[in-house]
Design a protein around this ligand. Sequence first.
Ligand code: N01
Length: 488
Amino acid sequence: MSEAQRRQEPKFAVIGAGMSGILAAIKLKEAGYAFQVFEKADEVGGTWRENTYPGIACDVPSHLYSYSFALNPDWSHFSSPGGEIQTYFEDITKRYEVGASIRFGDPVVRCEWLDGRWEVETSAGYRDVFDWVIAATGILHHPSYPDIGGQASFEGALFHSARWDHTVPLDGQRVGVIGTGSTGVQITGALAHRASHYSLFQRTAQWVLPIEQKAYTQDEREAFRTDADLLRKIHDELSIAFNDGFATSVLDGDSEMIQNIETQCRENLETQLPDPELRERLRPNYRAACKRLVISHNFYAGIQHPNAELVTTDIERIEARGVRTTDGRLHELDVLVLATGFHADQFMRPMTIKGRDGRLLDDVWEKRPSAYMSVAVPGFPNFFMMNGPNSPVGNFSLIQTAEMQFAYVMKLVESVRRGDLDVAIPEPEAARRFEEERVEAAKKTVWATGCRSWYLDDRGIPFAWPFPFSRFRAEMAEPKLEDYERAS
Ligand code: N01
């Protein structure tokens, strides 16, 4: 094929078959482009395939956490369980017939820009060349194991929350969980009453926003099934409420809505925890929503179960029979779960990504990952990320974000096809300007008001998109071609 023909009929590699990768596959198929999806695991689903811990649910309302083109009338709850979300992605993959384009069980190990195209290689040695690469590898997929000694000596079952071992019995067992992020909180609500003794090891207390876990009735679901306008209306209303509300409020640590959220969290704490000693140990000493806000209908009930214990003394080490805290006490356990989060700065890595002039992404990101407009990196032509660095991971629905980012890439594909650009590659100066402005805005967000969280980079600056939803939508709707290298 000639270069001119290739420009008109480009071929795409999509890395990852989670929420963003499935979306890319569906849209590329609809547009009639040739593409190949690469998936390291044997199933689609990404985070919903990997996280199967008891109590897992999405706290973004289900009718918003759905593709805009495939709304689902059958969500069981306002915030539906993880298994249901996984089934949704599996069903969508079948319904849009993109499964046959996914190469399963073979992770990509190298992407290299050679002679104006990307050579993609997998761990099994499969190689092919593509004109564009879309990295849809997700952000929270490298488990973070705590730096606590003695893990190998534990004689019970020990695993990370994202690697749940379902062969291990839980009922009537002595279960310990380290970590009180969204994961540890959901596990506590679901598991505390099942264990003979449940120990939650808390390093930092969390603000907990209460939510009513509404179950949709058969009649409501039937109404959603038969009335497409009603289903669209609930999606759009949630979108407006979320994007004009919470997503805007976090941009200013002193905003009225953040103060309202803090008031609701405080009332939840004061009213749901009658024991003053437990209440004080669960009271955070930082601003609500500084860490990723925990939303829960059952955490306080779980931690107040007679079998449950909140441990706030620091952990000294893990031993054969349990966890030893610095007061000398041994907390004896049969099962120990590490709900200790993820390395949020890895993205596609450890994959080798070599761009123009042999430039390695690992070198470009040596200090920290960063991306122009959250999607592209100077030096890496026709290489785009979905939910990559500087994406709105803490404020907008990730599905809406992915849809807008994908539409942005398609606009650039059109620019290359028209000949406005040779390849889509952001100017370093434009990326620098964007990053400078982003950092200044990030410092004003609630995430920067003084807490430890996975939203912060190595300098303590929030790495997420710090501008309003309206700006993200506008930027993604029309790429600024002046920020890209022009055709020669
Ligand atoms: O992880 P985290 P997560 N000793 O990093 C503690 C999404 N999510 O898996 O706060 C003792 O938030 C750590 O303590 P501290 C959501 O975006 C969404 O819970 O650093 N403790 C913290 O308590 C979320 O934000 C849903 O002091 C240690 C915990 O481990 C993201 O995933 C549901 C420790 C880690 O919390 C990650 O959540 C679940 C140590 N050495 C998750 N090291 C939805 O509903 C760490 N900790 C959408």
